[in-house]
Design a protein around this ligand. Structure first.
Ligand SMILES: C[S@@+](CC[C@H](N)C(=O)[O-])C[C@H]1O[C@@H](n2cnc3c(N)ncnc32)[C@H](O)[C@@H]1O
Length: 297
């Protein structure tokens, strides 16, 4: 419910209070109380629906197949990933050298309005199951969508997830193994992410669950891909992609989704000069950018 709708309700309730004059101060308190009650109830409803979606998903054949599919992806495979202890055979050589065992972080961009949109709610339910499965603490899961309402932010916080306050435009530098969960997001978000992690070390620490890079390549004119999304274009040579299983039931939710990672063997095949690419993407010539820019920059 928007603040406007809450105000509208307040006026109705005041009218129904017979022969009782409420002074303006009391009226404000009343308005605030009713608004808080409404949002608390709304949050409860959203969380209830979310948990019920999670349970449906947990029992589905799709979740079972997905787990098998995810577990075949080497960085998350059981021989490399001990869900009780974290990344055993770490993705990053530096981390192996230091002998550090650590769990993944998770970053989720572009979830959408999960309180009103059923697709987004299913994606959030999947995220929570995924975190549970790989024992990634919810507090190490960072979520951001510029369209989240205040109530959705509160729900995410109540669930224990960390809501990011700034629009990073996907420019998040990775310092440890990190899963990016960004379903049906704009191409610029993936391109920015690859740009700011454009090194063997950083890319080898990343898993991206999101729009199939192969499909992006197939759908876009090669000239446009090279001009506007240079890092996706270069990334295609070094990425390993596993498509999510197909499902009639969840087609709208997970269509065109793949798990991407960058195996060190492939990263080492790129010529040295490709790693010298540093230019920040600008998208000046992009007609439809598909992402919301940070207004502060
Ligand atoms: C096509 S919608 C996908 C929504 C949902 N994941 C789905 O599959 O229906 C793209 C989402 O990306 C979000 N988005 C746009 N710019 C963003 C940014 N800079 N950072 C994070 N998310 C962004 C939009 O607000 C929107 O919710």
């Amino acid at each position: 419910m928007t603040m406007e709708q809450a105000e509208w309700q307040v006026v109705r309730k005041k009218k129904s209070t017979k022969n009782q004059k409420v002074n303006p101060k009391e009226q404000t308190v009343l308005k605030t109380e009713i608004y808080l009650c409404d949002t608390v109830q709304e949050r409860k409803n959203v969380i209830q629906k979310l948990y019920s979606t999670m349970e449906d998903l947990r029992l589905s054949e799709f979740w079972k197949t997905c787990q098998e599919c995810v577990q075949r992806v080497p960085p998350l495979a059981s021989e490399e990933y001990d869900s009780n202890r974290g990344v055993v055979c770490s993705l990053s050589p530096d981390i192996i050298q230091e002998g550090v065992i650590q769990s993944f972080d998770c970053v989720c961009y572009g979830l959408g309005n999960f309180s009103s949109c059923i697709i987004s709610r299913h994606q959030l339910a999947f995220l929570l199951l995924f975190l549970e499965q790989f024992k990634i603490p919810r507090s190490q899961s960072y979520v951001f969508d510029p369209l989240f309402s205040q109530m959705e932010v509160s729900v995410l916080q109540q669930l224990g997830l960390t809501v990011l306050l700034d629009n990073e435009e996907g420019k998040r530098v990775v310092h440890k193994p990190t899963v990016f969960y960004m379903l049906h997001c704009g191409k610029a978000l993936y391109n920015n992410l690859l740009w700011c992690n454009w090194s063997q070390e950083a890319l080898s620490n990343m898993i991206i669950i999101g729009n199939s890079f192969k499909s992006i390549e197939e759908r876009l004119l090669s000239r446009i891909l090279q001009r506007d999304y240079m890092y996706i274009h270069q990334g295609l040579q070094i990425v390993e992609e596993t498509p999510f299983p197909e499902s009639c039931q969840y087609n709208d939710v997970f269509n065109d989704t793949s798990i991407h990672y960058f195996p060190m063997q492939k990263l080492r095949t790129l010529p040295a000069d490709v790693w010298l690419l540093q230019e920040e993407p600008q998208y000046h010539e992009c007609e439809d950018l598909e992402i919301i820019r940070n207004q502060k920059t």
